[in-house]
Design a protein around this ligand. Sequence first.
Ligand code: DAT
Ligand code: MG
Length: 150
Amino acid sequence: MERTLVLVKPDGVQRGLIGEVISRFERRGLRLVAGKFVRVSQSLAEIHYAEHNGKPFYDGLIAYITSAPVMAMVWEGPNAVAAVRQTVGSTKPIESAPGTIRHDFALEVGRNLIHASDKPETGEREVTLWFKVEELVDWNRAVDAWVFEK
Ligand code: DAT
Ligand code: MG
């Protein structure tokens, strides 16, 4: 089953939106695999956002993600990466489709509430970066057969 990393970023935590975000992924049918509430270290932030090093917004991005705690989670399901990105919305909230998290709760790209892995390979790398193997919970939900076709 495909897995993806989701972070409720510092603004989402401060604004009391952790439950809202979790609720949307639960209702979508995705299955929670892991979760922890953490203060992001400078080194973790730099590895997580390594692809953006050197871009004009990089320093602000690192300052933002390390500024207050985040809620880190792993969700799984068929096409979990694409499903979560769709529910999250476009990087720029002003371009996000109505009904997406970034559309419904954000206005600025530098305060876009949530991170989600962008490709299946990124999902695998980010899950490994943020969680130890023993923190990932393998389980079956009673409703799985009514959500997952196979
Ligand atoms: P996403 O978070 O949708 O995967 P990304 O990986 O391109 O987007 O960028 C990571 C974060 O960096 C993004 O959530 C917000 C910030 N960011 C991206 N592009 C930006 C820009 N043009 N100006 C300011 N911040 C930006
Ligand atoms: Mg990204």
